[in-house]
Design a protein around this ligand. Structure first.
Ligand SMILES: [Zn+2]
Length: 432
């Protein structure tokens, strides 16, 4: 059965890919044809038509860095730099259980879908498969896993390696054949993992053919510490350990020198850029234009609701441009197209998923967002791109489709009972 979404301003996410009288033909989970309606070849099969009433369609947004499980504890600590903030948080979050993680994932994923996010890379400490379980139930796509840490370096909480490995293999088994869920292995950071642990996690990731995720060069003090301890920057140290390749997803990368960026370019590693979180934790502004100029793929991430405090990639797109301009005093350093590309196809590339998602093209998965956007002067490619990055927000998201299935429409999640889930979570914390 074919479905035709038509009467839409379609923005494919590819350079110049705009169809003012756009139509998207979908079979199952995939796009089979996309273009201006008048150009659609005749179809031998019956078609179900859906008139989008002139709305704007964009690719689903890709969140390359999140910690959904922490969403129950939003605003536990709003101040301090990364290390001061982490110390302030520890009493609130270090005792969290896998079931707390699950409740947080519900809150996070429901928010993400409302905000037009169709794929997220999530990090936790315990319960590597929980985000995938919940995302699948809600209908969102996920790259899930747990970040290992060394107990001698990260003293709060119980050790999570090789637990994370066992949880991940179990989740992979459980989600076999589930096209929405993928998994990775990772380490928390150069400052909370020993070199031996990082090498072991990397080896296991290679053995299981999985991406490798780590926080990297987030805070200036982290760089000073690594330099003192290992005589190398965090990036240089990971390079010495042989950790980096094209399937590495590196969150933050704020404190990067020229040599660090050259290493990432050489290795083909991807960066998850979290502009709001980096600003809130006084980390700095990542050298995004310099990294992208070297060909390093950069995606956007929300990080957790503890360091942001919302899971909104529209904000991240806008901030990603504004922060570069305000620190460089160069009004041309980045533009709306750069931000939109990072939130879509480039983010998909960072997650090694760009052959299937990140842009609207025949043969790719039908992951898309329908936006209620209008412009007093009418929609053009320039106005749509500008509005999506500088003007739009979750309030403009009318519907969200993942793998050809509508999962959100007109303010309602379609596969789960959101009000009941929220009430149950509030009731739980009222009594615990
Ligand atoms: Zn993080």
């Amino acid at each position: 059965m074919l479905t035709l979404l038509h009467n839409a301003f379609v923005c494919t996410g590819l350079p110049g890919g705009f169809y003012p009288d756009g139509a998207i033909l979908i079979r199952g989970s995939k796009i089979v044809w996309i273009g201006n309606r008048a150009d659609m070849p005749p179809q031998p099969e019956p078609i179900t038509y859906e008139d989008l009433g002139g709305r704007v369609v964009i690719p689903g947004l890709i969140n390359t860095h999140a910690h959904g499980g922490l969403s129950t504890h939003r605003c536990s600590c709003d101040d301090g730099d990364l290390f001061q903030w982490a110390a302030g948080l520890a009493p609130h979050t270090s005792h969290l259980t896998v079931e707390d993680n699950r409740r947080g994932c519900y809150l996070a994923i429901m928010d993400m879908v409302r905000n037009g996010i169709t794929t997220a890379c999530d990090c936790t400490r315990y319960g590597a498969g929980v985000f995938a379980d919940v995302a699948t139930e809600i209908g969102m796509r996920s790259l899930s896993g747990a970040l290992a840490n060394s107990p001698e370096l990260r003293k709060t909480g119980r050790p999570n390696w090789p637990l994370a490995l066992d949880e991940t293999t179990e989740a992979m088994e459980l989600h076999k054949g589930n096209g929405l869920a993928r998994f990775y292995l990772g380490g928390h950071s150069p400052y909370s993992c020993t070199g031996d642990l990082l090498k072991e996690v990397r080896r296991e990731a290679d053995r299981l053919d999985l991406p490798f995720v780590i926080h990297l060069a987030e805070n200036r003090r982290e760089n000073q510490q690594t330099l003192e301890q290992y005589g190398a920057t965090p990036t240089g140290w990971l390079e010495q350990l042989g950790i980096l390749d094209e399937r590495s997803v590196l969150a933050h990368c704020v404190w990067m020198d020229e040599a660090d960026m050259d290493i990432l370019a050489r290795r083909g590693s991807g960066v998850a850029h979290n502009p709001a979180s980096n600003a809130k934790l006084a980390s700095g502004v990542a050298p995004v234009p310099a990294m992208r100029k070297r060909g390093i793929p950069v995606g956007l991430g929300t990080d957790s609701t503890l360091s942001n405090n919302c899971l909104d990639l529209f904000q991240e797109m806008k901030l990603s441009v504004l922060l570069q301009r305000v620190t460089s005093l160069d009004g041309f350093i980045m533009n709306a197209e750069d931000a939109f590309t990072m939130a879509t196809i480039e983010g998909a590339h960072v997650l090694s998923w760009d052959s299937e998602i990140g842009s609207l093209e025949a043969g790719k998965e039908a992951d898309l967002v329908i936006l209620n956007l209008s412009h007093p002067l009418g929609l053009t490619a320039e106005r749509v791109l500008s509005d999506v990055v500088y003007h739009a927000g979750p309030q403009h998201v009318q519907a969200v489709m993942v793998a050809g299935r509508m999962i959100f429409r007109d303010g309602q999640l379609l596969l789960v009972d959101e009000p009941a889930i929220r009430t149950a979570i509030h009731e739980y914390y009222a009594t615990h």
